[in-house]
Structure formats: C-alpha cells, structure tokens
Ligand binder design. Structure first.
Ligand code: SF4
Length: 307
C-alpha cells in the first residue's frame, strides 16, 4: 500500500499543456480540448477547505502544471486555506533549476509526484521524445533532496518499453533520501485497442514488477501499483491500490476514460477482490481473457474494499 490516504486529497486539473510527448501519455488525444479548472472552481475548493478542512492535501495536476507561471501563487493560496499539503504532479524537468525548486518549496509545495519513465537516459528520452529529459528529471529529484520537510514520489508507467527496467528504476533512484513512495501504473490506452503496441502480457510484466516492489520496500519506500490483476501479485497483492483522490476535471474526460472498459474478468462474480480492476478492453482484445491464469480471490476484509 502507499503511504498516503487518497480520501484526504482533492485533485484539480489546472493545466492542459505539456512540453514532452511521452508515448504512453494517457491524455494525449484529449489534452488539446480539455479545459482546465477555472480560477473560480479553484477558489471554491479553497473556500470549502478553509471553512471545513475537508481535505489535508491539494494536488495540482493536468498535464504539466509547472508550465503555469502562477503555480507558486496557487500553492501559497492553498496553504492559506487549511491545506496541510500541496502536491504537484510533474515530469520534473523544471525542477532541474534549484532556484525554481526553492521558489516552489517556499510557496508551500511539499509533495512532488514525478514521472520517471525508465532507468536510463536513452530509454527515458526515447519515451518522452525529448533528449536530455532524463538528466533534468533526475537532477530535479536530486535538487529536492536538498530541502527539509518535503517528500518525493515517483511514478513509472509500465509499458512494453519500460517493464523490464522496473527493478533498475528502483536501483537508479536508491540514493534519494526524500523518496517515500514509488508507483507503478500499468499502462491503459484510453481506447478499445492498443494501437501503439505498449501493453505487455501480465505474466511477462509480473517477475519484473514483483522484483521492483520487493527492492523498493527494501529501500524503505512505500509502493503503489495500479491496474494489475490482484490475484497474479500473490503475496504482493497489498501493493495494489486503484483508489484515487477526488478528481476535479473537465466532464468531457469521463466518456474518454470509460473507453478503457475496466473491471472485466471472467471470474468477476466469483472473486472477492474489490481493489482489482480486472482486465480492460484493449488488453482482452490483444491477449484474450486469460481465464486459466487468473484466480478468483476470497472475500476481502473491509479495509481493502474501498474502490
Ligand atoms: S480473478 Fe479477476 S477480478 Fe479477481 S483478482 Fe484476478 S483478475 Fe482480479
């Protein structure tokens, strides 16, 4: 399990532009027309938290939120509105500038959720299609290590290009002192087919993913896995957490998201797992139902049943 309670966070999509072109980008086809949350919505969330303290943390996201010039001001306003934590989701490249890190830290951003797509520059830069991006992102993580009272989290999207590198990603980041959690989000294409050929058969991912989970835990990190069959994870099933914070996003996003067709599994009725998303339409289209590989789980304890 991760070390953050998603129920205590609210997430606002404040920006829909990005200066990378990651091949696994899940909003690639929608980024151009999704509208970011208005400043009016932003103010309403802040006002609500100022009076009720409904959430502990605010997550500022979208595509690349560091491209917003007023990000420090947004963070400052959130911290003045009863948010104990402000998190940004970012590819981390701007954080290669230590002065920008300082500005964000001083404005109240204390949690940094950073995409690290692979373990080495050649693979990461091929995925992001931006030469030099790996070095900047790593520099950003190392810069953040210099600041007290902040934490970093990473996410590595599991695709055909990255899955064999998952343990190496954990190893490559082992020197980071502020890194408290590593996420591994198994790729979903936001459509009914895997037209980029990025989805990997679960049984091929499994040994690399379990090795990465084990190594990350040995380094003292919490681990969160998304979109992987819980039954295949066996003793590492507790790493699966498909919960998300309350997300405020353009309502046009949801019909696109629904195209994934999550929660399909021939064993669904018999299975006690509530966290598991089963298979999605693109996976089934590519690899079939794989019913003999999947095993229904017994009923779960209430604390795991939150999705
Ligand atoms: S049997 Fe199906 S629903 Fe149950 S854990 Fe496995 S993949 Fe998920």
């Amino acid at each position: 399990m991760g070390c953050f309670d998603h129920k205590q966070y609210v997430e606002l999509t404040m920006h829909f532009r990005c200066n990378l072109k990651c091949e696994h980008c899940m909003i690639e086809g929608t980024m151009d027309w999704l509208q970011p949350e208005s400043m009016d919505n932003f103010r309403q969330i802040l006002d609500r938290n100022a009076s009720t303290k409904q959430w502990k943390g605010l997550i500022l996201t979208g595509s690349e939120v560091t491209l917003r010039r007023d990000l420090p001001e947004l963070a400052q306003r959130a911290r003045q509105s009863n948010f104990d934590h402000v998190r940004i989701q970012t590819h981390g490249m701007r954080l290669a500038n230590i002065n920008y890190c300082r500005e964000l830290v001083e404005s109240g951003v204390d949690e940094y959720f950073i995409s690290v797509t692979a373990a080495d520059a050649a693979t990461h830069d091929a995925i992001t299609k931006a030469p030099g991006s790996f070095d900047k992102t790593l520099r950003g993580l190392e810069n953040l290590d210099e600041f007290e009272d902040i934490v970093t989290l990473t996410n590595t999207v599991v695709t055909k290009r990255s899955y064999q590198q998952l343990p190496a990603v954990v190893d490559r980041l082992s020197h980071l002192r502020r890194l408290v959690q590593m996420d591994f989000w198994n790729y979903w294409p936001m459509k009914e087919i895997d037209d980029k050929d990025l989805i990997v058969r679960h049984t091929d991912v499994l040994p690399h993913l379990r090795r990465a989970i084990s190594m990350a835990r040995q380094y003292g990190r919490a681990v969160e896995v998304k979109n992987f069959p819980e039954c295949l994870l066996q003793d590492d099933g507790d790493a699966l957490n498909n919960n998300q914070p309350e997300l405020h996003i353009d309502s046009s996003f949801w019909p696109e998201f629904d195209r994934n067709g999550f929660k399909q599994c021939v064993h669904r009725e018999a299975c006690g797992s509530i966290q598991c998303l089963g298979l999605n339409t693109a996976y089934i289209e590519k690899f079939g139902w794989q019913e003999s590989l999947l095993t229904p789980l017994p009923n779960v304890t209430p604390e795991r049943s939150t999705l």
